[in-house]
Write a protein that binds this ligand. Sequence first.
Ligand code: ADE
Length: 225
Amino acid sequence: MRIDIITVLPELLKSPFEASILKRAIDKGLVEVHTHNLRDYTTDNYKTVDDYQFGGGAGMVMMIEPIDKCISQLRSERDYEEIIYMTPDGATLNQRTANQLSLKENIIILCGHYKGVDQRVRDQFITREISIGDYVLSGGELGAAVLCDTIIRLIPGVLNDETSALTDSFQDNLLAPPVYTRPAEYKGWKVPEILLSGNFPKIEKWREEQAYMRTKERRPDLLDD
Ligand code: ADE
């Protein structure tokens, strides 16, 4: 898989890919992540990417021309299945979207800034608009990093234990059950007896019940889906 990220702040998108699972996925050649500085696609000396909005009003708007140039350049090199725009008014990211996107070959992620992008960018180029939650970030970069993390860990071969993504919270619209490790007793606080029993069918059943109860208590909306 290849992910191209278009941004005015490429430095914000360095460290998430330089550690842990995402780094390993890149090192193993399972994913390529390329960031493109939008200012490299400007033509004026000031490398201008934004301008005042027509009709007046506070806040700058990202101009269509540098974005068009960058997207057109990338599209001339390969086909893209999705061009995603990170924006607080997009569809809220969930595990289903992450699953779908992890199956794609090439995607572009455009990070918004200021008041957002000229609407014509959204109308002409964007196939999907994604928000990472009902709050406003300073820009789309941190959202893009979150989106990339959710996608990349699902690519086969990225996680060591292939089954561990399958038992994540949300994977079956259920939250994950509680987990414990050694010691079996700490300051008198005990691990549930069943987990020490070695009876794996019973343990599995207990985990399913716990996942269901936790979901019912904390996120009943997931059970309605
Ligand atoms: N840009 C600003 N806020 C955002 C959000 N909540 N999700 C994605 N991109 C954003």
